[in-house]
Design a protein around this ligand. Structure first.
Ligand SMILES: C[S@@+](CC[C@H](N)C(=O)[O-])C[C@H]1O[C@@H](n2cnc3c(N)ncnc32)[C@H](O)[C@@H]1O
Length: 278
């Protein structure tokens, strides 16, 4: 169907449905001609896909946690594995909620997939903030929040800048009492992993992938610096890469988190770690 592409049949169908009509409509309109312009666009899209360009960027949208999000060059494509983090955050929110909206920050928000999914599911039980640094990701984050109709507040900035904590904590301002929960899927690939990226992943922004030489830079910054913004007993939840469990667990422990629990993805790998501020 699409030569050299695993699941090429699925990808070809997605491109067809995006440009021509759905499978259901095809059953009715199968004998109608397709315009020359549509044919050319379809062939161009198929050729791009054969060259390794991600299907999600061709379609310009992708589904995450049942929500359709705009994606394109400049923003990380939301992964199904990240849904494990959303499930764990919803579980943690259930333990924390006492009738007052929980203040939750999604650090390194990208497309906003985690923040929007949480806002969608927690509704009035939570006040959600999405922090992102990349100027290229920002238009997607803004569009996705607007299109979702959810109430998510964007904060633009570098997660390693301590001044950003002032958005959430202030000893003199009752409206900034700290955060109940921090969730993050930070960049976590190592030097070695960056040097051998899968063809499709190489089209995604480097800033969304690279986590410093050992891949752990953002875990250290968030666990150590952002701990200050969490209320006592508040939760910190991370998505982690393959084989990072022991290292991230020890970063969390060293930063004063306890009751650390791992959550597995569909392949049985620990994909999320959740801990409570002691
Ligand atoms: C792995 S992506 C995750 C995106 C999204 N949360 C998701 O799960 O699909 C990491 C995100 O961190 C952002 N980022 C990288 N460096 C950052 C920094 N110093 N401060 C804030 N965000 C940063 C990237 O632009 C990217 O959107």
């Amino acid at each position: 169907m699409l030569e050299g592409i695993p699941d090429g049949r699925f990808d070809a169908l997605c491109i067809f449905e995006d440009m021509v009509c759905s499978r259901e409509q095809l059953a009715v309109h199968w004998d109608e001609p397709v315009s020359e312009d549509t044919c050319v666009r379809g062939i161009n899209a198929a050729n791009k896909r054969i060259e390794g360009y991600p299907l999600q960027y061709i379609l310009g949208q992708w589904e995450f946690y049942g929500i359709t999000l705009a994606v394109g060059e400049g923003v990380l494509i939301p992964r199904a594995d990240t849904e494990v983090l959303v499930d764990a955050a919803i579980e943690a929110a259930g333990k924390l909620y006492r009738g007052i909206p929980l203040r939750i920050a999604d650090l390194c928000s990208g497309s906003g997939c985690i923040a929007i999914a949480l806002a969608h599911h927690l509704k009035e039980k939570a006040q959600i903030f999405a922090l992102e640094y990349s100027a290229d990701a920002m238009p997607y984050l803004m569009k996705n929040i607007t299109d979702s109709g959810e109430n998510v507040q964007i904060i633009r900035g570098d997660v390693s800048n301590g001044h950003l904590l002032e958005n959430f904590i202030s000893p003199d301002d009752d409206s900034r009492p700290g955060l109940d929960m921090i969730v993050s899927n930070p960049p976590y690939l190592t030097d070695e992993e960056m040097a051998s990226l899968q063809r499709e992943v190489a089209y995604e922004p480097q800033i969304a992938l690279y986590g410093g030489t050992d891949g752990l830079k953002f875990y250290r910054v968030i666990a150590c610096l952002w701990r200050e913004a969490l209320k006592e007993g508040g939760y910190l939840l991370f998505e982690i890469g393959d084989a990072q469990e022991a290292q991230v667990r020890s970063i969390m422990e060293d930063s004063g988190f306890e009751d650390i629990r791992g959550y597995k993805d569909g392949a049985g790998c620990i994909r999320c770690l959740a801990g409570r501020k002691a």
